[in-house]
Write a protein that binds this ligand. Structure first.
Ligand code: IPE
Ligand code: IPE
Ligand code: MG
Length: 245
């Protein structure tokens, strides 16, 4: 924690031209644990702590939104024991965090189909939503049972329902965006993937159309404020053209 606080003050990255919204694929937990001869679940526990610290750091330096990939629609392919361990870590994390969120001024939101999660987890998510609803300022979005394709299909289905109910126009980008889990959020300007893989793994396919990508071999549990500063600095050096000149 002290390191992060120091990082916040040292603030290597210039504070002007900060991204409003940073997205992170929190990858590398299993390999981090394996390197230490620990079970993969120990990596997920360490990863949850990293999320806590990185979210606090983002808030401290003035980022408005942080969106993290916590569990994908494809992660159900993993062994049941690992899935159960991840879900109970999430329960533990939310149980511990609920009372701190208001004090820390962190609004927590969930993106993805949470309807199939355990009743306990759904209860905690509802509680979190209710507690953090009025928090203004920094917002952390946790993508849980989230998949970019799933999100787009769901939006298309929702639009088909509107047509069935009599809508006559076709959606423009803004209307379509409003049917995604990320409704109301600005697109992330910066997408960070630790863990060494160079792919999106079905994350924010629509929203990252013009995001700047930053990849690092650092495994997520080792990711820290300095690494985030480096990613922001890299972003600040990019020339964003959006198809123009
Ligand atoms: C990311 O870490 C967390 C989840 C996908 C739930 P991994 O579990 O994918 O860790 P590695 O990539 O196997 O090291
Ligand atoms: C992406 O990591 C999903 C999350 C971090 C939640 P994965 O480890 O599941 O991605 P792949 O399998 O390497 O593409
Ligand atoms: Mg992985």
């Amino acid at each position: 924690m002290a390191l992060f606080r120091r990082g916040a003050k040292a603030g290597e990255a210039p504070s002007e031209n900060l991204p409003r919204h940073i997205a992170i694929i929190m990858d590398g937990n299993g390999r981090w644990a394996k390197k230490r001869g620990l079970p993969r679940t120990a990596g997920h526990a360490a990863g949850a702590e990293t999320f806590r610290r990185v979210a606090t750091y983002c808030k401290d330096i003035g980022i408005e939104y942080l969106t993290v990939y916590a569990f994908s629609t494809e992660n159900w392919k993993r062994p049941k024991e690992e899935i159960d361990a991840i879900m109970s870590l999430l329960e533990q994390y939310l149980g511990e965090s609920i009372e701190k969120m208001e004090r820390d001024g962190i609004r927590l939101r969930f993106l993805g189909d949470t309807s199939i999660l355990s009743p306990r987890l759904r209860g905690l998510i509802r509680e979190t939503d209710a507690i953090t609803e009025h928090i203004k300022g920094f917002q952390a979005n946790v993508c849980l049972n989230y998949g970019g394709r799933d999100e787009l299909l769901r939006a298309a289905r929702l639009w088909a329902e509107k047509v069935r109910d009599g809508a006559e126009n076709t959606p423009d980008e803004a209307e379509f965006s409003s049917l995604l889990w990320s409704a109301g959020l600005p697109d992330p300007e910066l997408l960070i993937r630790p863990g060494g893989e160079l792919r999106l793994s079905n994350f924010l396919l629509w929203q990252c159309a013009y995001a700047e990508f930053y990849f690092t071999d650092t495994l997520w549990p080792d990711f820290d404020a300095r690494e985030l500063d480096r990613a922001i600095e890299a972003y600040q050096k990019r020339q964003r053209r959006f198809g123009g000149l």
